[in-house]
Design a protein around this ligand. Sequence first.
Ligand code: MF3
Ligand code: CO
Ligand code: CO
Length: 276
Amino acid sequence: MTSYIDAAKAPLKNTGQIKLYSSEDFDGMRKACQLTARCLDEVAGMVEIGLKTEKIDKFVFEYGMDHGAVPATLNYRGYPYSSCISLNHVVCHGFPSDKPLRDGDILNVDITFILDGWHGDSSRMYIAGKPKRAAERLVDLTYDCLMAGIDAVKPGNRMGAIGAAIQELAEKERCSVVRDFCGHGLGRLFHDAPNVLHYGNANEGVEIVPGMIFTIEPMINLGKHHVKILKDGWTAVTRDRSLTAQFEHSVGVTETGCEIFTASPAGHTKPPYASG
Ligand code: MF3
Ligand code: CO
Ligand code: CO
């Protein structure tokens, strides 16, 4: 049985209980998440043909340092970078690299900053040069899947409503939803209860109640949903090598719906991003 617990009275670990946060906690999350969002806004101005993605990673580290924040992924369970950068058929947890971006590459940049103890977790897709039509369509669809999931976040709905909305839209467009990774509760912890599935039935899962904080981060494939992990122990790729895309927001449940903590201050949603 899942239960809810006042976050202020909960131990700082994942006990499987779902923590409910106060409006002061929401203030803390908003600040951490807005820092992450501003950094993702800056990345939009960096992405171009020829860029080595390790330069983005270095920028993320320094952006965090300059703003009193620490990248949560650095040394997290042995993960060696300040960001995850996942290109083309890489589903998630890709390593930044010294390989230059090529015309038409699509990439996800996933950043989590810890600011004053709060975790701001978000990712967006970027495109180098001119995308192929299928790639552009996948990126668009994946953004729409994230927003369909967010629209389902309302007190009274069950958590399954999020996954159901995402799966319905993805499969209607003949794409598939990755099963092996899910969204997660977060706050003072990076990965906490509940798991947020990106597929499933609207009448399953725990009830959504005000004060919950979690991510939604669907990974959508052009081909089949299966993934495999490369020998580096981290990089997840599509088994059929089909293109994949992901967007992620951190949200807090309100009385009427949710607040998107990681919404872009520059108004960026999905590519192409207006520059300047
Ligand atoms: N930021 C990822 C997420 O959305 C987690 C990355 S964990 C890492 O949950 F260790 F791979 F960096
Ligand atoms: Co996440
Ligand atoms: Co993330």
